[in-house]
Design a protein around this ligand. Structure first.
Ligand SMILES: *[C@@H]1O[C@H](CO)[C@@H](O)[C@H](O)[C@H]1NC(C)=O
Length: 336
């Protein structure tokens, strides 16, 4: 992962209104508005990343850039924030689309099902219908990816990678047992803490603290990261977390069975949100599925320090699919 290679990967930050909610989208590659491209020049496929919770897209940028390079820069890679997890900096314009009219219909948009609807609305309004999709879910993003497969069979999703999937028995997991009471019952205490202690601090100080904290943890970032200490975003992340604990209970075997040939599951060996028992159980129920156990001791939050390893594996698993798409593309697009 030569950093000089990553340096030249264009990444574009946008804030759009999706379902009436400010949403950060980071776009890797030269394509920003796919509808503006002439049909023949449009890429044939989009790689779409659905983050864990909190959904701070900036943390996924090194991963997206590396995957973009490893897939020969042929396909755009987009990362979307969860609704309410990102606020635009004051000087940033928020883009709107005319067909984002179903805004008010989504109730509880910051809740788990609302977040599913939010991603679906984005795909329906921002991605041309004929474009194929590869969906990469991380953590709760895996649950959302499965829901998308279930609720929108019309979307041309050809593959979905579920990384460190929290798709069942979340509150029974080692971390879930700690987080469940914390998120559900202490939610209000956290709100009060957030608003009383963090809100009065000027944005500059919050931003400084965030930067120092991230530097101490040796985390790379670009783009807006202020939101980590923004009470509104924190409250939404906590709210979503609480819903995850209550609602991610039984594995959705029906959806998994229906889409098994498209799915790749990647389970960690030291993942306290998803113990290896869950891997063994799903493997037993779907012996023919592509269900893998990590052999590299990657942590649940692989995006921080192990994005290169993960991007390398995904590029490898995607090779056949992408070369098929590229074969289709030949003739309609001039090679550079
Ligand atoms: C899926 O299968 C597992 C294990 O066989 C079972 O415990 C779970 O209840 C099933 N999920 C649903 C929604 O039926």
């Amino acid at each position: 992962m030569d950093s000089s290679i990553k340096e030249e990967v264009p990444v574009h930050e946008e804030f759009i209104l999706c379902c009436g909610v400010e949403t950060q989208v980071l776009k890797c590659g030269p394509w920003t508005n796919l509808f503006n491209e002439q049909r023949a020049n449009r890429p044939k496929l989009l790689i779409f990343i659905i983050t864990g919770n909190p959904g701070f897209c900036s943390f996924y940028v090194p991963f997206a850039k590396t995957l973009y390079s490893l897939t020969n820069r042929r396909f755009p890679i987009w990362v979307i924030s969860h609704a309410g997890h990102a606020l635009a900096p004051k000087d940033k314009k928020i883009l709107t689309t005319s067909d984002d009219s179903n805004a008010q219909e989504i109730k509880d948009i910051y809740g788990l099902q609302g977040q599913v609807e939010h991603k679906l609305a984005f795909l329906r309004t921002h991605v041309p219908k004929e474009m194929k999709l590869v969906v990469i879910g991380h953590s709760i993003g895996c649950y959302i990816s499965l829901e998308i497969l279930k609720l929108a069979p019309e979307l041309p999703i050809i593959r979905s990678f579920l990384l460190f999937p929290t798709i069942e028995r979340l509150s029974e997991s080692p971390n879930g047992r700690i987080a469940t009471p914390l998120l559900c019952w202490l939610r209000y205490a956290l709100y009060v803490f957030g608003y009383l202690l963090l809100k009065p601090w000027p944005e500059k100080i919050r931003s400084l603290i965030t930067r120092i904290g991230l530097q101490m943890m040796n985390v790379q970032y670009e783009f807006s990261v202020l939101n980590i200490l923004e009470p509104f975003c924190l409250a939404n992340a906590v709210y979503l977390g609480g819903q995850e604990m209550m609602k991610v209970v039984e594995r959705d075997n029906e959806t998994i069975r229906a889409h098994l040939s498209k799915l790749t599951f990647y389970y960690g060996t030291m993942d306290a949100w998803c113990p290896t028992k869950y891997y063994e159980d799903i493997k037993k129920d779907f012996p023919e599925g592509d269900i893998r156990l990590c052999e590299k001791k990657l942590p649940h939050a692989f995006i921080i320090h192990f994005y290169g390893e993960m991007a390398g594996m995904i590029a490898d698993w995607l090779k056949d699919d992408l070369s098929k798409i590229e074969a289709l593309t030949h003739g309609s697009v001039t090679d550079s």
